[in-house]
Ligand binder design. Structure first.
Ligand SMILES: Cc1cc2nc3c(=O)[nH]c(=O)nc-3n(C[C@H](O)[C@H](O)[C@H](O)COP(=O)(O)OP(=O)(O)OC[C@H]3O[C@@H](n4cnc5c(N)ncnc54)[C@H](O)[C@@H]3O)c2cc1C
Length: 449
């Protein structure tokens, strides 16, 4: 029997593509995992901002069919808050909005960085940033944001995850951007889709129909030799094939893996997200769907407006402000949640996103224990060791299993068969997967077994 651990998007997609000829075990009372949408007092809150910007037509069509074509499609135009100024995104090609003398300092250091050793390979993300932007911009903007969002110094991060996500600008674009905004956005994320109703979770509709999901089944032990999974309620299930979407770190900890493999898995790092959801009794003061906050002393890292994704997410005349604050083993939480909420409210007022505290109608919070896999320098070696061990338990190593991202067109053509143990999803594979990757992994699994 094929069993799937976890009914998030990766688990649902694997089940759907196996024609639901499998059983899913999920600890919560609902499916969807990270893409569940919470309906609270007239507002729909996703677990952090979720939009679909997939390039895969297959996923576009599947998501569209899930909501019977009832989705919204629009241009994304995030913005940046930097020490009292609003800088359009991406900041590196919109320096006109950065106040002097910083603008000139950034340009000078950028131009001199481009005249040095053009073929030098960066050893880490800090070096990548300095080569791309010059040290002044690198430290004021992306380094500051990295420490808040990725929770570690860019010098402790690798570069292979960057891809198109951070714009490597052309000299002419940076120079022109010191005078005025470019006519066409240079952002990688331009057009996105979102369900008209029900939040991002509505995109699971097609995948979950017909799935055999056993809810409130928290996995507590995995015997990789006996091929048996135990649950918190004392029950057990045997498998001939296991598809795991639980965080790899937890999977290994609960398994019969030896101590050195458990120690290797402990080296894998992930951020922990605190979401602070504020309903204000006024409309959003800016039209951007979200913004990035570069000020190091502020908890607020990324901020979005729930109703900007779909009017059905909110209530007319009000705004739902969602603030993301990140922690991890690298950036530990040192203040209590009430203190953090209090400071975040002050920050929202300072940035002009909340008129004043009298306009706060409601505050709710949510903790997302696994948010972003951190592409720190120890990741690859630890992951390799864990995968080598799992290869003795039925897992087939894949060419790109250590890479943060996957090219699905290439992978679907590859034709390599998978074994009796398969990892799937952002946390199961410890990758930089978006929702489309989780869907494509399910399709790939069905073709590779
Ligand atoms: C803040 C944030 C913003 C994001 N924004 C976007 C975006 O804009 N666009 C996009 O495409 N992607 C986005 N993503 C990525 C996207 O959310 C993930 O790629 C995707 O949801 C991961 O799905 P998954 O199935 O791999 O994992 P999960 O959703 O984590 O599913 C795993 C499931 O396993 C269950 N589980 C865990 N432990 C146990 C246990 N012991 N026993 C039984 N069940 C268990 C969980 O409850 C969960 O249902 C974002 C992610 C974050 C964190």
């Amino acid at each position: 029997m094929t069993i799937i651990l976890g009914a998030g998007l990766a688990g649902l997609s694997a089940s759907y593509h196996l024609n639901h000829d499998c059983e899913i075990y999920e600890k919560q009372e609902h499916c969807g995992g990270h893409i569940f949408s919470h309906q609270i007092n007239g507002f729909t809150w996703d677990e952090g901002p979720h939009v679909s910007f997939t390039k895969y037509d297959y996923v576009k069509e599947l998501f569209a069919a899930s909501v019977e074509g009832d989705f919204l499609e629009y241009h994304m135009h995030p913005t940046n808050y930097y020490k009292g100024s609003w800088v359009p995104h991406p900041a590196q090609t919109n320096l006109f909005a950065v106040p002097e003398p910083m603008r000139s300092l950034v340009l000078e250091s950028f131009l001199s960085s481009r005249s040095e050793e053009p073929d030098r390979k960066p050893a880490n993300y800090q070096e990548w940033l300095e080569l791309a932007f010059g040290s002044v911009f690198a430290n004021e903007f992306p380094r500051a944001y990295t420490v808040k969002y990725w929770t570690t110094e860019p010098a402790n991060m690798s570069t292979e995850w960057v891809g198109e996500r951070v714009l490597y600008p052309q000299v002419e674009d940076v120079k022109a951007g010191t005078i005025k905004a470019p006519e066409k956005s240079k952002n990688y994320l331009t057009v996105a889709r979102y369900p008209a109703k029900g939040g991002y979770f509505s995109y699971t509709n097609k995948l979950k129909a017909g799935a055999k999901i056993h809810y409130r089944k928290k996995v507590t032990h995995i015997d990789l030799q006996k091929k048996e999974v135990s649950f918190e309620d004392g029950t057990k299930v045997s498998y001939t094939r296991l598809i795991n979407t639980l965080p790899l770190t937890e999977f290994i900890k609960m398994s019969t893996a030896p101590l050195d493999i458990k120690q290797a898995a402990e080296q894998l790092s992930c951020s922990d997200l605190v979401l602070i959801n504020v309903i204000a009794s006024h409309v959003a003061p800016i039209k951007n769907q979200w913004l990035y906050v570069y000020d190091m002393e502020k908890y607020s890292t990324r901020i979005n407006f729930a109703e900007s994704f779909s009017p059905a997410n909110g209530t007319p005349g009000k705004t739902g402000i969602q603030v993301e604050v990140y922690f991890s083993k690298y950036r530990e939480q040192t203040e209590s949640l009430p203190v953090i909420i209090d400071k975040v409210c002050d920050e929202l007022v300072e940035m002009g996103l909340l008129k004043d505290r009298n306009h706060i109608e409601e505050i709710s919070t949510r903790r997302v224990k696994y948010a972003n896999v951190i592409f720190d320098l120890p990741r690859e070696e630890s992951l390799n060791k864990v995968y080598d061990y799992l290869a003795t338990c039925g897992l087939v190593r894949e060419e790109d299993d250590l890479a943060p991202m996957t090219n699905w067109h290439k992978k679907l053509e590859n034709g390599k068969k998978l074994g009796s143990l398969i990892m799937a999803g952002r946390y199961g594979e410890w990758k930089y997967y978006w929702t489309d990757d989780c869907v494509m992994r399910g399709l790939h699994i069905s073709k590779a077994i």
